[in-house]
Design a protein around this ligand. Structure first.
Ligand code: GTP
Ligand code: SPV
Ligand code: MN
Length: 641
């Protein structure tokens, strides 16, 4: 970006030579001032205030056009921030500073006057693990230490964006102010962005999103990979009372594309609580059975645990058809008939690249090779991409350069791509995008799945006895850690509702909110709740279940349960398929069903105590009684095993 601003003769978006924007400390130009003056009063106030504080060299109001995006990508190419991938149509590769490759949960905060509004108070002597609280005063200090002058020498981009289809009653509008053109290009894919959103907003209210990479120009040291960032001072703060998000120091994914986790989940969950709906880390899919009956399912799995894959799955069971509504976030609301309706607030997929292949996710492979931004994957000599999982599809003899930009050969030990490397592709390009994916009222949800990476003890699928037990299944979710956040090693972490990094308010209150949803529905319409685990391992270390398209066998059983079929039996942990009820016709490899569905008593005794200890210590006084009762019931049932 330093280079970008110093390129002789390079042109800014408004057509003036970039060099005229320097020197960095000069106030913004008359033209930029005029562009700001033309904004509606509330947006203008936000931009004005930010310009005064951050002192950018220029202001650009994004119109969201293809020409604007092309112009930005050209500038970023000249600056060495992105590289074109000539093997594909309008695809680009970015390599970040290796210090900025994932969400930074430890530096993510919710700002409220009262700490207890953000996090439950843990039992004495315990460290709270359900989010980080910051006081408004501390935020003020943090902002004052970071933001004054932080955009010097850079352009401030004004991004009007809509989460959900523009103008839909369930949609919400945000304005992101950022000094990262990579964020602009990514937000154009991940959200509906541009002039029509600004027009729809008028002088209405919006979620204020402020983002800076935190490296004013001239930079004190040369950015690695031309990716300016400031990991030492990174902070991602959310102020629910003001519908405000403030992010500094990271340009990556959920830290900087503020519509996603920051808005649609953290701020979104606080709005949802106030307004009586749910903002969840869930995929949404439509599935049509061989009889032609279509149902929609939502599923919450933690980061890098299979949402994108399930959302685009190619069923191996004959006669099933799957369509994708969303792969990461669901906004859901019970309608006047008690039917849970869901929309995907996003406009694109920010998916994990490694593991994506024609064998595992052919639909994703058909989605991501045009108009896509790749980040931290490897590059082939013929201008394509490469990552772990493409060994059989890409001829390595053309030469591969790894995500650091160094030559790489298969078998060299280190992976070619960062494990959290991603593709950022328009959802509309997905060949199985659901015809209803932009429906204003949302799609009706028949079942909710919770799941995680559980190498031991947890069966392939089981059903909750009722809604309350279902809420408990969400509350007691655990999963092996992944590269999507900064955690080290493969530990089994508690990740209730796959939302631990994304709660916008006290998890105890969140549980009460979920429990109360039963009252908004009817027994016939209330979605059934299930727990799934594609990741159980054999003693030999391999997965017991083939997963991916074979997961259609589990969805088949789920739908038959939704239809009320008598194909389940009680177990200590929930309803499991009756012997022979899971359709295994044509399954190519032998599966040890005994092992896959076993419920080891000792394992579950430890499990219930681990969940009990976690919920008691972490949620304490705020843990609803219903959940305490579910723990006791589970303990009793396991004792009888
Ligand atoms: P986020 O975007 O971080 O929220 O992740 P996600 O939940 O969408 O996860 P994704 O579908 O991208 O999957 C992450 C990893 O899990 C990939 O490497 C997949 O190949 C792998 N995976 C997905 N589904 C399965 C499955 O059924 N079985 C096995 N063994 N691996 C799977
Ligand atoms: C996740 O980590 O759950 C993601 C990627 O979907 S990010 O947008 O970085 O949060
Ligand atoms: Mn996610």
């Amino acid at each position: 970006m330093v280079q970008f601003l110093r390129l002789a003769g390079a042109r800014s978006l408004c057509g003036r030579p970039v060099s005229s924007l320097l020197p960095a400390r000069r106030a913004i130009s008359q033209q930029a001032r005029e562009r700001v003056a033309a904004l509606s009063p509330k947006v203008r106030e936000f931009v004005d205030r930010t310009v005064r504080m951050c002192q950018p060299a220029d202001v650009h109001v994004c119109d969201g056009s293809a020409a604007e995006s092309a112009s930005l990508l050209r500038m970023m190419t000249e600056a060495g921030v992105v590289e074109p991938l000539p093997k594909y149509d309008n695809c680009w590769l970015t390599r970040t500073d290796p210090a900025d490759v994932a969400r930074v949960e430890s530096k993510t905060f919710i700002v409220t006057e009262e700490k207890r509004d953000t996090v439950p108070i843990p039992r004495k002597g315990r460290k709270g693990l359900l989010g980080n609280w910051m006081s408004p005063k501390a935020l003020e200090t943090a902002v004052a230490e970071r933001f004054p002058g932080c955009m010097r020498g850079r352009t401030l981009y004004v991004i009007p964006f809509s989460m959900g289809p523009v103008g839909s009653p369930l949609s919400k509008i945000g304005i992101e102010l950022t000094d990262s053109p990579y964020v602009v290009a990514s937000m154009r894919v991940m959200t509906r962005m541009g002039a029509d959103v600004m027009a729809t907003l008028g002088d209405g209210d919006f979620v204020k999103c402020l983002h800076s990479v935190g490296r004013p120009v001239p930079v004190s040291k040369k950015p690695i990979n031309n990716w300016p960032c400031n990991p030492e001072n990174t902070i991602i703060a959310h102020v629910p009372a003001k519908n405000e998000i403030i992010s500094f120091g990271s340009g990556y994914g959920g830290n900087s594309l503020l519509g996603k986790k920051c808005f649609a989940l953290r701020i979104g969950s606080t709005i949802a609580r106030r307004e009586g709906w749910l903002a969840e880390h869930m995929l949404i899919l439509g599935i049509t059975n061989p009889q032609g009956k279509k149902r929609y399912i939502a599923a919450a799995f933690p980061s890098a645990c299979g949402k994108t894959n399930l959302a685009m799955m190619t069923p191996t069971l004959p006669g099933y058809k799957l369509e994708c509504v969303g792969d990461d976030i669901a906004w859901m609301k019970f309608d006047e008939n008690g039917v849970l309706r869901a929309i995907n607030p996003e406009n694109g997929f920010f998916g994990v690249a490694p593991g994506t292949s024609t064998a595992t996710n052919p639909v994703a492979m058909q989605t991501i090779f045009s108009n896509t931004l790749f980040t931290n994957v490897a590059r082939t000599g013929d201008g394509g991409v490469y990552w772990e999982g493409l060994e059989k599809e890409v001829d390595a003899s053309v030469g591969i350069v790894d995500w650091h930009g160094d030559p790489w050969t298969p078998g060299s030990g280190a992976p070619s791509s960062h494990p959290n490397s991603r593709f950022c592709a328009p959802a509309a390009q997905c060949p199985i995008i659901d015809p209803q994916w932009e429906s204003a009222e949302g799609v009706p949800i028949s079942a909710i799945l919770f799941g995680g990476r559980r190498p031991l003890g947890v069966p392939l699928v089981y059903e909750a006895f009722n809604w309350r037990h279902g809420v408990f299944l969400g509350a007691s979710m655990r999963s092996e850690s992944t590269a999507a956040a900064e955690h080290k090693g493969k530990v089994i972490m508690h990740d209730p509702f796959a939302m631990r990094p994304f709660f916008g308010y006290n998890f105890g209150h969140y549980l009460s909110h979920w429990l109360s949803m039963e009252g908004r529905s009817t027994p016939a319409n209330l979605p059934k709740v299930f727990h799934v685990n594609w990741f159980r391992k054999a003693a030999s270390g391999g997965f017991l279940w083939p997963g991916f398209g074979e997961n259609s066998r589990v969805l088949d059983w789920v739908l038959r349960r939704v239809d009320g079929e008598d194909c389940a039996q009680e177990s200590a942990i929930g309803l499991v398929p009756k012997p022979g009820a899971l359709n295994l016709d044509g399954l190519k490899e032998a599966v040890d069903m005994q092992e896959l569905f076993s419920i080891p008593k000792e394992y579950w005794q430890q499990e219930v105590e681990a969940v009990n200890q976690y919920l008691d210590e972490q949620v304490g006084e705020d843990l609803p009684n219903e959940i305490v009762e579910e723990i006791d019931l589970l303990r009793e049932r396991i004792a009888k095993l």
